[in-house]
Ligand binder design. Structure first.
Ligand SMILES: [Zn+2]
Ligand SMILES: [Zn+2]
Length: 783
């Protein structure tokens, strides 16, 4: 039995209390209030095919009857129709696959089920749910990197409900399929949970891992039914079909009940300006982190269970630390009821925190990402979202943690001080009036397909029939792989001819995570992914773990270890980095007078060069200290265009506006690339400059954010006129005055969306489009 602290306040009153802090300011921080109405649940009878033992076990767990959407999806799956259930957080998606899967396991004592989740935490949650049902003969088990060797053999032989992830499938199950032959032969269902997370290059890789799974199952005589669960997303059936390569039916009508949510948009107030400041400085807002910490403090004081989502790991730690501090000042000991939670914590720590929040022992939690949280953590009284999470789909997923049936809840989006967040809190229609984005992936991407075909061939020779499974592009790619000496054609198919297995990293994160170790005790505090390790763990960095502050003594990149000691200085550290791009070669170009269009390889370098120490509280910069960290390089493929300064001037762009105009064109170009390349904007990087050493002209680069490229820049080059015309139209037709997220602002800009010049971006693109030949360009090959 869970003990749930019930708030004494409804959302309106809580919001009123949160607002009280800012009563002295002239402008209310609340820019908009949206009421998301309560929804009545629509139960359905148990499907007639439900196994009685399964039904009884579910009823014993308090599930009186399924909701309509659960019953609909379950029945489709039971009938053998591949189905995706795309409904809101906490709408009970698990039941939709548990029902057909467990009923089948009950009636067919040999059948097996494979469940895939993007995170270990989610698989562990699902395992606990299955264990609680206590059904005989199911023997559910997780199988991941943490599974001890000695348990693996038992699991292979006895588990009939295997919970794993695409990486394990790719690295372990499929290459060792002969040891899994019995399991695969009996495979009836494949469940893909949180399938919207398989997007971009990673999603394209997973799409092929699933095709390899289908091929392996077919070799043993099985053709399982796929059941997918997705957050609410645009075109779930289309995305699920691309992911699995199968026709998939979508169920999207959410019939679960939910309490009303009051959703407030919140803009932190301006800081008071000082009388004696001689110059007129631009006004500065309170930081979103501090504002979120204050709101969390007030919510906890009011006795409400509140979850704060913060975009960065560091930010989550800061919010938790600030909140604990102010609570302890108010009531000594109250700070203990708040914790931080993020990826990189050890599993035991995360579970302990989740349990404490569920029991009411903890009242406040500052967390990084909705997906990292246990699935049970829904139905909270309030959710604070510190900074727009980048997509409406993520926003709704985070807000969805608030609100339980019968109760009312509050969600607050706290704007960061940047143009994108500011725009959103003043344009609620951009948040509430539009459908969520579709999940984008491209299994035909040759940079993904090639390595995946090698993996498939190393598992079993590829036949002509197999190629159809991998899509239209596969036969061409196979020819190329033969020419490159990776595969060999024999009468019985194409063979992988090398000794080891192909080395293919699905996630492309580049290396092992860095372990954070306390030198005096040897205790492992957590891990940091290699991409952020330079910025977070450089010598001198203040590293927060569970609100306790550590200082880094040494970062050993070779062994991927950072040694730290506990210390509480009164400053925070902020790494500064420099990104640069140099052209390695030009594969192809179009010479169009004042405009040049290029495709080639580039080296993108990033170096963390120094860090600032800033006083806690005032944010005053104490000093900037140099660092000696190596440059990190990404060799990838880019498309770029150059425009002569004269042509820009003739179009009415002042030289002082070149940077803002090019930067705005770059952002919009990246935003529009998914139109023609079915990529995801998060897979792409950009760089714009009024003068580049290699091109000697104002230039906009757009590059694939993955080593070796991912095919996106290549497509952009091949359809440049079409791509840039759409970009120009998107900017020109946007009704905003000076740029907004719908046109030139980017949620991932490393320069805080500054400078941007919307009007001049249109002029830049007009010059480019006026000079470029209509699509397709006739390229000049240049070695
Ligand atoms: Zn706009
Ligand atoms: Zn930018």
């Amino acid at each position: 039995m869970q003990c749930v602290t019930s708030t004494a306040f409804g959302p309106a009153e809580l919001l009123h209390r949160l607002r009280a802090r800012t009563n002295g300011t002239a402008v209310s921080p609340v820019t908009h209030i949206e009421r998301v109405p309560a929804r009545e649940g629509r139960p359905a009878p148990w499907p007639t095919w439900t196994d009685p033992a399964v039904r009884d076990a579910l009823v014993a767990q308090g599930i009186a009857a399924p909701w309509e959407h659960q019953a609909a999806a379950a029945t489709l799956a039971r009938e053998g129709t591949h189905v995706v259930l795309a409904t809101g957080t906490a709408s009970g998606k698990s039941l939709a696959y548990q029902l057909p899967a467990l009923s089948t396991l009950a009636t067919d004592p040999k059948a097996t089920v494979l469940y895939l989740s993007p995170t270990k935490a989610l698989a562990a949650d699902q395992l606990r749910g299955l264990m609680r049902l206590g059904l005989d003969g199911v023997r559910p088990a997780t199988y991941d990197g943490d599974t001890p060797r000695e348990e693996r053999e038992w699991i292979r032989q006895h588990s009939r409900f295997l919970l794993t992830n695409p990486d394990m499938l790719h690295h372990s199950l499929l290459p060792g399929h002969n040891r899994w032959g019995v399991f695969l032969r009996r495979l009836r269902y494949v469940v893909i949970d949180e399938c919207h997370t398989y997007r971009g290059v990673f999603g394209s890789h997973v799409a092929h891992v699933l095709r390899r799974l289908r091929r392996a199952a077919a070799r043993y005589g099985a053709s399982p039914t796929f059941v997918l669960a997705s957050a609410t997303s645009g075109d779930p059936a289309g995305s699920a079909s691309r992911l699995t390569g199968l026709p998939v039916t979508a169920v999207t009508d959410d019939a679960s009940p939910r309490g009303a949510v009051t959703f407030a948009l919140w803009e932190p107030p301006l800081l008071p300006t000082f009388e004696d400041s001689a110059e007129e400085a631009p006004p500065i807002r309170r930081s979103a982190l501090r504002e979120t910490a204050d709101l969390l403090t007030d919510a906890v004081v009011a006795g409400t269970r509140t979850l704060a989502f913060v975009r960065s790991r560091r930010g989550a730690e800061v919010v938790a630390a600030l909140t604990r501090q102010s609570l302890d000042e108010a009531v000594p000991g109250l700070g203990d009821r708040v914790a931080a939670y993020r990826g990189g914590y050890l599993r035991e720590d995360r579970r302990a925190i989740e349990r404490a929040l569920l029991s009411g022992e903890l009242l406040g939690l500052a967390s990084t990402n909705a997906l990292e949280l246990g699935v049970d953590l829904a139905g909270l009284d309030a959710v604070l979202i510190c900074g727009y999470p980048g997509t409406r789909a993520s926003l709704w997923q985070q807000a969805g943690r608030a609100g339980r049936a019968g109760g009312e809840a509050l969600a607050v989006l706290v704007a960061r001080d940047d143009p994108l967040d500011t725009y959103l809190v003043h344009h609620p229609e951009a948040v509430f009036g539009r459908p969520v984005e579709a999940t984008v992936l491209d299994p035909a991407n040759p940079y993904v397909l090639g390595p995946q075909l090698c993996c498939a061939a190393s598992e079993a020779p590829l036949t002509d029939a197999d190629l159809a499974l991998f899509g239209d592009a596969a036969s061409g790619i196979v020819q190329r792989l033969v020419a490159e000496g990776l595969l060999r054609r024999r009468p019985s198919g194409w063979y992988w001819i090398h000794r080891g297995r192909p080395e293919v990293d699905l996630r492309g994160t580049g290396g092992a995570p860095v372990a954070v170790v306390e030198s005096s005790t040897g205790r492992l505090l957590g891990t940091v992914d290699p991409g952020s390790s330079h910025a977070m763990l450089h010598p001198g960095a203040v590293y927060l773990h569970q609100g306790v502050s550590y200082v880094v003594d040494d970062l050993d990149l070779e062994d991927a270890i950072a040694l730290v000691h506990q210390e509480e200085p009164d400053w925070t550290t902020h790494a500064r980095d420099v990104t640069d791009l140099s052209v390695v070669n030009v594969r192809s170009y179009v010479d169009a007078g004042p405009v040049g269009l290029f495709l080639g390889e580039v080296d993108v370098t990033n170096q963390v060069v120094s860090y600032q120490r800033r006083r806690i509280g005032s944010g005053e910069v104490i000093d900037t200290r140099p660092l000696d960290l190596p440059v990190r390089e990404l060799r990838t493929v880019a498309v770029w265009f150059t425009v002569s300064p004269q042509a820009l001037a003739a179009a009415g762009v002042e030289p002082s506006e070149f940077p803002g105009a090019l930067h705005a064109a770059e952002h919009a170009g990246i935003g529009l690339l998914p139109l023609i390349a079915t990529c995801d904007r998060w897979d792409i990087g950009g760089l714009s400059t009024a003068g580049h050493a290699d091109t000697e002209a104002p230039t906009v680069f757009v590059y694939d954010g993955h080593p070796g490229g991912a095919g996106f820049a290549e497509r952009a080059y091949g359809t440049a006129a079409e791509w840039l015309r759409a970009t120009r139209e998107a900017i020109a037709s946007c009704v905003c005055e000076a740029g907004c997220p719908s046109c030139v602002q980017s949620p991932k800009c490393g320069n805080g969306n500054n400078p941007l010049n919307k009007e001049d971006a249109v002029k830049v693109l007009d010059v480019v489009l006026g000079a470029l030949p209509p699509s397709p360009p006739a390229p000049v090959m240049w070695e």
